[in-house]
Design a binder for this molecule. Structure first.
Ligand code: 6V0
Length: 331
């Protein structure tokens, strides 16, 4: 019952525009940084939060709702029940178990596998046409798990993968060359984390391919400097976690950027975790990051970026490592 009508002669509700809906599963540091960025960037009409911790969930929902006066108009909902996610265009999964001191990676993975068994089937039941965007770690293996549990075609299951590693890489190159990171194109591919592969030949600044420019000008560059930049990228997550306990802002912006490309059908190319079977001679059902075009249909294609022999070998090695771990999961 509306008891107060501040606007008279209002036209009847005429909006026939299809509303967009994004659900974020897991309202920890990462889930909330994503939710926050999605809201400030006006990416959706409805934002749904789901978590198992009912009090934290309601607290986070209210805290965001109280910012309504400063945000684009977005309906914010939250529940521990998955029926609230019904009809989502995009489901972003950040729910994850925390590593117990001394726990092996495989044990943590087993716990995250059980967690995904509780999360993915209800998402699929309530939003059979949705796109799943997986952020929880180890992201490549959990993207494979989500693909298996969902029964979705692989184009609708995407892992945030090395999108974040690549943005760290672009920042460091930009910092080194004193240019804007948005003018730097550079890709890190492969496994998100320690065995990622930096594609040196892909680096360009303002359209100028950096390595071939240096070679043509016969300017010597040190391979060690390049390797050091890549090493800093790999170490950066550990450094931030050591300093503040978790990472949140960069992953928040990076995933919101993926959400924009998908929801708004931007057809932009992002290095994200996709089914890499048959590409660069990779054998087996393995998800790895490769530069991929994203749009309303999910992964629209994978770019044929040239990899040299060493890069191909590194990529295949990471695929092998991931497949070995997957083999022990029994899924
Ligand atoms: P966090 O702050 O511990 O939050 C995890 C949240 O998940 C908590 O609110 C839990 O209550 C919730 N949760 C646990 N079980 C369930 C369940 N069954 N259903 C719904 N919710 C549940 O962790 P944080 O937010 O820091 O990290 C979340 C995940 O993101 C972890 O797996 C990280 O490793 C991963 N990250 C991935 C990155 C990437 O680049 N892919 C980057 C950063 C973190």
């Amino acid at each position: 019952q509306v008891f107060f009508r501040p606007i008279s002669n209002a036209a009847p509700p005429s909006s026939t525009k299809r509303q967009t809906k994004i659900s974020v599963i897991g309202v920890g540091n990462v889930g909330m940084a994503i939710a926050q960025t999605v809201l400030t960037q006006d990416l959706t009409d409805e934002l749904v939060l789901v978590d198992v911790n009912a009090d934290k969930l309601r607290g986070e929902m209210l805290d965001l709702q109280h910012a309504a006066a400063f945000l684009p108009r977005t309906k914010i909902l939250a529940s521990v029940d998955y029926d609230i996610t019904a009809g989502s265009d995009l489901c972003i999964v950040t729910a994850g178990a925390r590593q117990i001191p001394g726990e092996s990676r495989l044990n943590l993975l087993q716990r995250n596998l059980s967690l995904f068994r509780a999360v993915i089937p209800p998402l699929v039941r309530y939003s059979p046409d949705t796109i799943l965007l997986i952020v929880s770690n180890p992201v490549d293996i959990l993207t494979y798990v989500a693909w298996k549990l969902s029964g979705f075609p692989s184009n609708r299951v995407i892992g945030s993968g090395t999108n974040l590693d690549s943005s760290r890489f672009r920042f460091l190159i930009a910092d080194h060359l004193d240019v804007n990171a948005q003018d730097v194109q550079a890709y890190i591919v492969g496994e998100h984390g320690d065995s990622s592969v930096a594609l040196w030949s892909s680096i360009s600044v303002g359209g100028i391919p950096v390595l071939s420019f240096l070679k043509k000008q016969q300017i010597a560059y040190e391979k060690e400097t390049l390797e050091q930049i890549h090493k800093t990228v790999i170490d950066s997550a550990y450094e931030v976690i050591n300093l503040k306990g978790y990472t949140s802002w960069a992953i928040g912006y990076s995933v919101a950027n993926l959400a924009r490309s998908i929801i708004r059908d931007q057809r932009k190319i992002h290095p994200v975790s996709v089914l890499a079977k048959g590409i660069y001679g990779i054998d087996g059902d393995v998800f790895l990051s490769l530069p991929s075009q994203l749009g309303r249909g999910g992964t629209l294609g994978i770019t044929n970026v040239h990899l040299n022999e060493e890069e191909t070998k590194r990529l295949k090695d990471s695929a092998k490592t991931i497949l070995e771990v997957q083999g022990q999961l029994g899924i």
